[in-house]
Design a protein around this ligand. Structure first.
Ligand SMILES: O=P(O)(O)OC[C@H]1O[C@H](O[C@H]2O[C@H](CO)[C@@H](O)[C@H](O)[C@H]2O)[C@H](O)[C@@H](O)[C@@H]1O
Ligand SMILES: O=c1ccn([C@@H]2O[C@H](COP(=O)(O)OP(=O)(O)O)[C@@H](O)[C@H]2O)c(=O)[nH]1
Length: 498
């Protein structure tokens, strides 16, 4: 049977397919699994479920039929060049991304970007509606597709719909800037279960729902009145669950890689190639203004300037993988970071030694693990980050029980990883003290902290994350989305601002 004709009991809808197109040496085209937070998180789940993944192949005007890759059915949705500019680079990454990350960069509001966001969300929703079997579970992901749950519920009320937001959900004072704030909430409330990274994000969402619609929220439940349509006959409201489900990683696979002799050898070689410095500090991020790369470089440069770190025995490896390169804020950030790196190396370097080893590349997982193993101190200094899987990967890879994690309290990962050296990245003096503490930490203290961190990451892995989310979703589906409830008041009527 053609894949097109099949229907699926489990459908993932995400902005990106978990594959990148590759051209082999002989010119043939193929696909390979791509790195990235969402892909890393969902790949193991999809392999074990017989499901389909609907997503964009990552390049404009790419029309590809559904195909199978590594046991996952891929269903490409194509975007034309204007949609890439307006829906992806524009509304997703120049409106929602900065707004949801506490306006670290200024969001732009353009009506034509919004129109494109609506029509692309409609395309994804239509595709999911045509592929999902009767009563299927559909799991929609992330800020690019917040309208899909509502659109899908209208077309297919038989489905159980989950939504997971991988990035923060902002406080109402910021969210309320969004000219389309009501439409986005309506879209999200089409889901049965809405997952967030942190309890604070779920709280911000519930507050926005109360302020804009006056709906009652109690604990993690939100009562959404049914206004018209067939469901009205039997019920007055449906219950939507909105709560935190902190995402994680496939911890065991990182530990396995860290035990592989070739990866261990590669870690040794990295140290040797750098001249076997006494201390290697490591940062790896998409080149994004949310990651606090500038703050990290500033703290490091000041420590070299103060003489508290010696450039002849310390190296910072900074991998900044290319991301959203056509969005102006990202281009400006790249210029700024590369200028700063040049300045630090110029000021504190010498022949044969550079205090910052800067790499503008994306690396495969094996190399990531070798880098994790090679480094003494891991720097995660995000100004705001939904979770930050890198922090968890570092811990999972340190099967030797060594290494120190410096972690921003503004990354979701800090909720779980309390034994890291927690920092406020805006407090440069605090970041400097944490770096010195990490560099000077006694082996016993390092191992004690790492042991506690590893326990957390091993216990709470990505399999547990998806199982917990899907269990909540199934519960919602068995309960039916609505109870025969009387009309109700808002928990806090003064918050209503409809
Ligand atoms: O698809 P891109 O525009 O190239 O961006 C890559 C991904 O970045 C974001 O990652 C988030 O999800 C991670 C996993 O939950 C989380 O750890 C991290 O804190 C988030 O920033 C984005 O949410 C994804 O949709 C993008 O694919
Ligand atoms: O060169 C790189 C840089 C990053 N990553 C992966 O990209 C993901 C980044 O996820 P994170 O949650 O830290 O941040 P995001 O980029 O999703 O905001 C992690 O799985 C990294 O291992 C990678 O494979 N190669």
């Amino acid at each position: 049977m053609e894949l097109e004709d099949e229907s699926y009991d489990f459908v993932v809808v995400a902005n990106r397919l978990p594959v990148d197109s590759v051209t082999e040496a002989d010119g043939t085209k193929g696909w390979k699994l791509s790195p990235g937070g969402l892909v890393t998180a969902l790949e193991p789940v999809m392999r074990s479920a017989d499901g389909a993944w609907i997503g964009w192949p990552g390049a404009a005007d790419t029309h590809v039929d559904p195909f199978e890759h590594d046991g996952i059915t891929m269903v490409p949705v194509s975007l034309d060049q204007t949609e890439v500019e307006r829906y992806y680079e524009g509304f997703s990454n120049d409106t929602l991304w900065p707004l949801y990350h506490d306006v670290i960069a200024q969001p732009s509001y353009h009506r034509e970007w919004w129109d494109s966001y609506v029509s692309v969300n409609r395309r994804f929703a239509d595709r999911a509606a045509s592929l999902a079997s009767h009563g299927a579970i559909v799991w929609v992901h992330d800020y690019q597709l917040q309208l899909v749950p509502g659109m899908l519920r209208e077309k297919r009320p038989d489905l159980t719909i989950g939504f997971f937001n991988h990035i923060p959900f902002p406080a109402y004072g910021l969210y309320s800037q969004l000219p389309w704030r009501r439409q986005i909430l309506t879209g999200l409330l089409g889901a049965d279960v809405i997952g967030f990274q942190r309890t604070a994000d779920a709280g911000n969402f519930a507050r926005a729902v109360r302020r804009l619609f006056g709906y009652e929220t109690r604990g993690s439940s939100i009562r959404v009145p049914l206004e018209d349509g067939a469901e009205r006959r039997s019920r007055h409201s449906r219950t939507v669950v909105a709560r935190a489900f902190p995402i994680s990683i496939d911890s065991a696979s990182f530990a396995d890689l860290a035990a592989r002799p070739d990866v261990v050898e590669r870690a040794r070689q990295i140290r040797e190639d750098l001249g076997n410095p006494k201390t290697i500090l490591f940062g790896v991020d998409r080149l994004d203004y949310t990651k606090g790369i500038r703050h990290r470089l500033k703290a490091y440069a000041e420590l070299l300037q103060d003489g508290r770190l010696d450039a002849s025995e310390t190296t910072l490896i900074q991998v900044a993988s290319p991301s959203r390169e056509r969005v102006a804020a990202y281009m400006e950030l790249r210029d700024e970071i590369e200028m700063t790196v040049g300045r630090i190396n110029g000021d504190y370097g010498s022949i044969g030694s550079a205090p910052v080893h800067y790499l503008h590349h994306g690396y495969p997982r094996e190399e990531m693990v070798a880098l994790y193993l090679a480094s003494d101190v891991m720097l995660v200094t995000a100004l705001r980050d939904g979770m930050n899987l890198v922090a968890k990967e570092y811990v999972a890879s340190r099967i030797d029980g060594d290494g120190v994690l410096i972690l921003s309290e503004f990354a979701g990962a800090s909720d779980d990883l309390r034994q890291a050296l927690l920092i406020n990245p805006h407090d440069i003096q605090g970041v400097k003290e944490a770096i010195v503490t990490a560099v000077e930490m006694e082996p016993r203290d390092r191992k004690r902290r790492m042991r506690a961190l590893r326990r957390k990451v091993i216990e709470n892995d990505v399999a547990k994350w998806s199982a917990t989310f899907l269990e909540e979703l199934r519960r919602a589906s068995h309960a039916g989305t609505a109870a025969d409830t009387p009309e109700h008041e808002t928990t806090d009527p003064q918050e209503t601002n409809a």
